[in-house]
Ligand binder design. Structure first.
Ligand SMILES: [Zn+2]
Length: 280
């Protein structure tokens, strides 16, 4: 992936090195967060345990020192975010709408969001209440080591997926889906969650398609990296048969690959209608 000539986003909020105050109880915001959290690793119950309720504001513990490796990841995340701003800005403009750019919060260990507080163990997530994507860059080490999904394009895919949730929020899809999930059974709620996650994967594919079309940046092996990452974080792969498919919340490896590729090949929102299709 070649991003040398790309700009960095001005929407990165660096909260690394900040410490959280005392832990509170589990609040409503926590439940919302558990529903929207992309776990990429932990299951939702782990996410819940990793969360505390509303606590006091974070406190800065002096300047944060980043290593070379982490600095590279920060720049990559910032450039990919900028790229998604261009992509979605153009797509929204083409239908007469304005794209409201999300913020991306970098944190270490724990963070406070409008959806509740979260720890690194929650994995990267998007909070629809404050329109912010949250990521601890150490997740990328986990992506590489634990999930066997190395590479800069795999890292970019994670950001693009979370931004996909932001797009769903702007389009009203998340709100409609949340209401439907609250009415149905647990299995129905999970099935809807899968559709929402697969659509975010498809939206990530749209970003890769559009960004590469306007200014080619993909290199040999990049797509495979993205597909490998999508495959590595499928529910079936993560749970290794210990959990029934009704409990899946993100989709199987094959489904995640399929929908990412659909967005990537077509670059079209119409191709990402995971709610209107019978076969995922
Ligand atoms: Zn997600």
């Amino acid at each position: 992936m070649r991003l040398d000539d790309r700009r960095e986003s001005s929407n990165v909020e660096d909260r690394r090195g900040m410490r959280m105050g005392r832990a509170g109880g589990i609040g409503l915001g926590t439940i919302v967060l558990a529903l929207v959290a992309v776990y990429f690793g932990a299951d939702p119950s782990q996410v819940l345990q990793g969360l505390q309720g509303e606590g006091p504001a974070e406190q800065q513990q002096g300047p944060y020192q980043e290593g070379t490796h982490e600095a590279q990841a920060r720049v990559l995340v910032s450039k990919v975010l900028a790229d998604t701003e261009d992509t979605w800005g153009a797509i929204f403009a083409s239908s007469g709408r304005t794209y409201e750019q999300p913020k991306l919060v970098l944190f270490t260990d724990a963070v406070q969001s409008a959806c509740g507080s979260a720890t690194t163990a929650s994995g990267p997530f998007y909070c629809p209440s404050d329109h912010k994507v949250y990521i601890d860059l150490s997740f990328y080490d986990e992506l590489q080591q634990r999930f066997g999904a190395p590479g800069d394009f795999a890292q970019a895919y994670v950001v693009a997926h979370e931004v996909g949730h932001h797009v769903q929020t702007l389009l009203g899809i998340s709100e409609r889906n949340m209401a439907a999930r609250q009415q149905g059974s647990a299995a129905e709620a999970n099935a809807l969650s899968v559709r929402q996650e697969l659509q975010a994967d498809c939206f990530a594919g749209i970003w890769a398609h559009s960004a590469n079309q306007s200014r080619p940046f993909l290199e040999a092996g990049d797509i495979e990296e993205g597909l490998n990452a999508a495959s590595a974080i499928g529910d079936d792969r993560l749970t290794q048969g210990r959990v029934s498919p009704e409990s899946f919340t993100h989709g199987t490896s094959a489904q995640r690959v399929r929908w990412f590729k659909r967005g990537l090949d077509s670059g079209s929102l119409d191709q990402c209608d995971t709610f209107g299709t019978r076969d995922l």
